[in-house]
Design a protein around this ligand. Structure first.
Ligand code: PMP
Length: 423
């Protein structure tokens, strides 16, 4: 794979070429997790799996769990009313961050996995039938494969797989050829967690809509890296996880257009999602509450708000530029080593997958760990993509807004040492 021309469409958030005020090493001090237990710099290159947290997020979470803590939506006492305001302010902050029309389009879930399962079970359960088609791509994360297989089995729908271009991007020409009037849903990664490939989301939305299908975007890797505007992208569902966006685990977002959410039945039943309950008949609250059964992730939502504030203040579009530059540098350096195979396009959103001849990625990861460098080694929850690439696993380095050339240098030193060890 690799060696392709640069992207021929403009990514959201790439128009600003200003030098970021603070990025890379200047931000390390904001992240207490970037030190080893011995106080040495830790070269964390696994942000695509989960991001380190800035102190502002840790503080917001600690306050919400401490002096501010109370449950939401129920208490008549002041602290609970205050917490409810905080929880709903987080929803408005998310809506604003992604360019939603209204906060009613923002459903808080545990993470992207739950968001996609929600859409598959609720929307898929009512809108898919025998012979309908769902289109996924070859590079999807298991979270954007398995929920569709489960609902396909229940409804009799069929799954079509959109191939990739030689360089590892979702092939929009092939997507167009796959679409028919039976296609009801297209579900694609906005940015690949393995290859870093970036999708022209608007073009994918236009294609899906041309046959009357809905488009779901798995935005797990895009949300922390590019400015999002739901209206401009014109998709129907967007899913992402808070913990990859410098926020805590246990919180994620499903965005969907209000009219679509309105027509969807509940995903789970319980407290908070109802209008009226009797043994004869229960009626449900409007969205987003209809999809938030039970006591919600209160402190996590408030900490996600802090994470978005942190990222937005730095400029999420600048994050993309910064990470793309680092990815380009790493690709150049890795490309100069004969025994390295690079996977994915030359221009990636801060995620670089590679293999070192004769060395299993797990062994590489273990040796790098001794050098205080953390990378990911494995199938990255994308086994069909691994099969397509013809490898059991890859090594993956993924950048964050705090990453810099020192991280790359440490990685390259570790790779040289690994080569010496393996002869
Ligand atoms: N999709 C992509 C592209 C991802 O990278 C991930 C996380 N690795 C997920 C979905 C699932 O996210 P989560 O585990 O936070 O639900």
């Amino acid at each position: 794979m690799s060696n392709t021309a640069s992207l021929d469409f403009e990514l959201p958030g790439t128009s600003s070429k200003e030098i970021p005020a603070r990025v890379g090493a200047q931000l390390r001090g904001d992240f207490p997790g970037l030190l080893t237990v011995d106080g040495e710099p830790w070269h964390y290159l696994d942000t695509a799996a989960s991001a380190q947290k800035p102190q502002a997020v840790i503080d917001a979470m600690a306050r919400a769990l401490g002096e501010e803590y109370a449950t939401v939506h129920r208490g008549v006492y002041g602290r609970s009313a205050q917490m409810t305001l905080g929880y709903e302010a987080a929803r408005r902050r998310v809506a604003d961050f992604i360019g939603a029309n209204s906060e009613n389009e923002v459903v808080f879930v545990r993470g992207a996995t739950e968001a996609i399962n929600l859409v598959a079970a609720s929307w898929g359960g009512t809108n898919l039938g025998e012979g309908d088609r769902i289109v996924l791509s070859m590079l999807e994360h298991h979270s954007n494969i398995v929920p569709w297989q489960m609902i396909a089995e229940r409804t009799g729908a069929q799954i079509d797989i959109c191939p990739l271009t030689k360089s590892g991007e979702i092939d929009l020409g092939a997507l167009e050829a796959l679409l028919t009037s039976r296609t009801k849903l297209v579900a694609l990664a906005h940015v690949s967690n393995v290859l870093g490939s970036m999708l022209d989301a608007r073009a994918a939305a236009d294609l899906a809509h041309s046959v009357g299908a809905k488009l779901l975007l798995d935005g797990c890797q895009a949300a922390p890296r590019m400015a999002l505007d739901m209206a401009a992208i014109d998709c129907d569902f967007y899913a992402f996880s808070g913990h990859k966006l410098y926020g805590p685990t246990g919180i994620g977002v499903l965005w969907a257009r209000e009219d679509i959410l309105d027509g969807m039945p509940p995903y789970q039943g319980g407290g908070a999602m109802i209008e009226k309950v009797s043994f004869e008949k229960t009626t449900y609250a409007p969205p987003p509450q209809r999809f938030e059964a039970g006591t919600p992730m209160i402190t996590e939502a408030i900490a996600l708000h802090a994470a978005i504030d942190y990222l937005a203040a730095l400029g999420v579009d600048q994050t993309l530029d910064h990470e793309r530059t680092l990815a380009r540098t790493l690709r150049e350096q890795l490309g100069s080593i004969n025994s390295v195979t690079l996977f994915g396009p030359d221009e990636s959103a801060g995620i670089v997958s590679f293999a070192l001849e004769g060395v299993h990625p797990h062994d590489l990861g273990t040796i790098l760990d001794e050098e205080n460098v953390a990378i990911r080694a494995g199938h990255h929850c994308a086994q069909p993509l691994m099969k397509h690439l013809g490898v059991p696993a890859t090594a993956r380095a993924s950048f964050a807004l705090h990453s810099d050339e020192d991280d790359i240098a440490a990685l390259m030193r570790g790779i040289e040492r690994t080569q010496r060890i393996f002869g």
